[in-house]
Design a protein around this ligand. Structure first.
Ligand code: SER
Length: 584
């Protein structure tokens, strides 16, 4: 298993270990870093090396090499084309303030053309075009030219493409983050591929970063040279580093002269099991089989790293990967049995997968039927499916789009913003600057409760009055007098009314007055509570006026999102209970 991939990995490691390169091979980091609470997964080889790139001496010296198993959940929706995966091995070599551009670019080219016998004519490169604080990388251009890459195969791009840091472009880098300009190498599979495979690209000008499939990015040399400062500027680090990352699977595909990385051994093994299991062939079913092959390979790595399916953190990612694979398998087979995802991974791994498939299988059929029945699969429907059947949001999109059903993606994304942010953050630091502390969140939900109270009365009628309220950092719960279940239409009206006020960014003010006076002025009061003679009245524009101790936000924009009612139930005779969140 994995013969050719093993060979490419070994060639790379050996090439950088021998003289004159003299790198020391270091052990790759675990996929789940036990002592890093800010990141879900290791997503690049440099991640465990940050302190050394910043100047701390590394025990193994200044020249390091390895192959790092990595997982990038943010690419999950790209999987299905010829080149994207969530899980991959990243070949990496580093100079910690030792060699720089001249050696790095020459060595990588020598590795490609010498060790892997790629033809130099097929290689195109990109370099950084410069921005307000970092100059254009003409140095790399000169080096590439000297190495025999002509002008017409050298492209300049901006920060979006040729700048690398764990958090992306310089503006997104938090204080203390390191990064720098980079130079990427692409393999050209030829004009024919572009015209033939995706005709929509045929009339557009093609370039290495175009997505037509003609070019495959195979390696990236980052010149980590800057650190983000408190004042927002980029400061030169005390040392100039090289951080190279190359996709092992992609490089292996090029050695086989195929732009489809799923043809390489590590995927072909899984795909042939899928073919056997389903009686279908890869040709014609590429998308489904690629998703299954990538996701299950990732699942194996996660389970071997000790992750088990759950609703949180790494466990939730594993759950999504298994469930997404299950849906694809179901669509290939026209049904799903609990052993269908057992594809030769060994009993320990298969047991975990099988249990999850079984758990999911029960609700899968019902969920799929719900999607088929729905006229429009909107954010609310997706949320229901998530809550009732454990459908990860992007799974609903998958299923619905395959059936050509209309999707309001915007609403979808708003609704699931929280989940998305959590998975995306796997590479950019999980909760950095993200979540407010409990106190702030509670204050926001408290203000949202006032808005809901007013909106409920406007939509359902003046008989509505507060019977109870409970707020945690995650949600609000509100009980009110009302005999019937709220219809979908009523819920939508209530939400829309509340969110309209939020969009108006109304001001929230307060004044102290006597209780009698407050009532006379139209302020709602929760009569289950005993009041002092003097009370505080909170007013939100002309929309809501309520006796309350506070505290509240000063303006509705501080709520940071829209209010969404996520659940309703009965809370006794004549009393309804609703639960709501604020979704960013
Ligand atoms: N850190 C860079 C990347 O992940 C190069 O290794 O692309």
């Amino acid at each position: 298993m994995g013969v050719r991939t093993d060979e490419v990995r070994k060639k790379y490691l050996d090439f950088f270990k021998v003289s004159p390169r003299n790198h020391t091979e270091i052990t790759p980091a675990p996929l789940v870093l036990p002592e890093d609470p800010t990141t879900l997964f290791t997503s690049s080889g440099m991640q465990p090396l940050v302190p050394y790139l910043m100047g701390e001496p590394h025990p193994s010296g200044k020249r390091l090499v390895n192959s790092q198993p990595s997982l990038r959940v943010q690419d999950i929706e790209e999987v299905g084309d010829n080149r994207h995966t969530t899980y991959f091995e990243m070949l990496g070599n580093w100079s910690l303030g030792d060699y720089f551009k001249e050696e790095q670019l020459a060595w990588f080219l020598e590795f490609l053309t010498g060790e892997l016998s790629f033809s130099k004519e097929k290689l195109w490169v990109s370099v950084f075009e410069g921005d307000k604080s970092v100059p254009k990388d003409t140095e790399s251009v000169e080096i590439w030219k000297k190495l025999g890459i002509p002008d017409e195969r050298i492209f300049y791009y901006d920060v979006g493409k040729n700048w690398w840091s764990r958090s992306g472009i310089p503006d997104k880098m938090p204080v203390g983050e390191i990064g720098g300009p980079d130079s990427e190498v692409f393999y050209d599979f030829g004009e024919e591929l572009r015209l033939h495979e995706k005709s929509k690209w045929a009339r557009q000008k093609c370039h290495p970063n175009c997505d037509c499939g003609r070019f495959l990015e195979i390696g990236n040399s980052v010149f980590i040279q800057y650190r983000k400062e408190e004042d927002g500027s980029l400061k030169e680090l005390p040392q100039k580093n090289v951080d190279f990352g190359g996709g092992l699977e992609r490089l292996t595909a090029v050695t086989m002269d195929t732009p489809d990385i799923f043809k390489i051994d590590v995927f072909a093994n899984i795909i042939s099991e899928v073919e056997e299991n389903t009686g279908k062939s890869y040709e014609g079913n590429e998308v489904e089989m690629r998703v299954i092959a990538d996701h299950l390979r990732a699942c194996r790595a996660l389970i071997e790293a000790g992750v088990i399916p759950s609703n949180k953190m790494q466990g939730y990612v594993l759950r999504r990967l298994i469930r997404r694979s299950a849906v694809k398998m179901r669509s290939l087979k026209g049904g799903l049995e609990k052993k269908d995802l057992n594809l030769g991974f060994g009993s320990g791994v298969e047991m975990v997968i099988e249990e999850e498939v079984e758990r999911f299988g029960k609700s899968l059929e019902r969920g799929v039927r719900e999607i088929e029945k729905a006229k429009v699969v909107d954010g609310r429907k997706a949320f229901d499916l998530y809550q009732s059947y454990g459908f990860p949001w992007e799974l609903t999109v998958e299923i619905a789009e395959e059936r050509g059903q209309k999707i309001d993606r915007k609403e979808f994304e708003r609704e699931f913003g929280v989940h998305q942010d959590k998975s995306r953050s796997s590479s950019v630091g999980m909760f950095k600057g993200g979540l407010a502390d409990k106190g702030e969140e509670t204050v926001r939900l408290h203000t949202a409760t006032h808005l809901l109270h007013a909106a409920l009365r406007k939509v359902l009628g003046g008989h509505v009055s507060q019977k109870g309220s409970n707020i945690t950092a995650e949600r609000l719960r509100f009980d009110f007098s009302h005999g019937e279940k709220l219809s979908d239409d009523e819920i939508k009206k209530i939400e829309d009314l509340v969110n309209e006020q939020i969009d108006k960014d109304l001001e929230v003010t307060s004044e102290v007055m006597r209780l009698e006076e407050a009532k006379k002025s139209g302020a709602l009061a929760f009569f289950g509570e005993r009041y002092d003679e003097k009370v505080k009245v909170y007013t939100i524009g002309s929309f809501s006026r309520e006796v309350c101790g506070g505290p509240h936000v000063a303006r509705l924009s501080e709520l940071g999102g829209h209010v969404r009612i996520v659940k309703q139930e009965s809370a006794g005779a004549g009393v309804r209970r609703i639960y709501a969140h604020i979704l960013p």
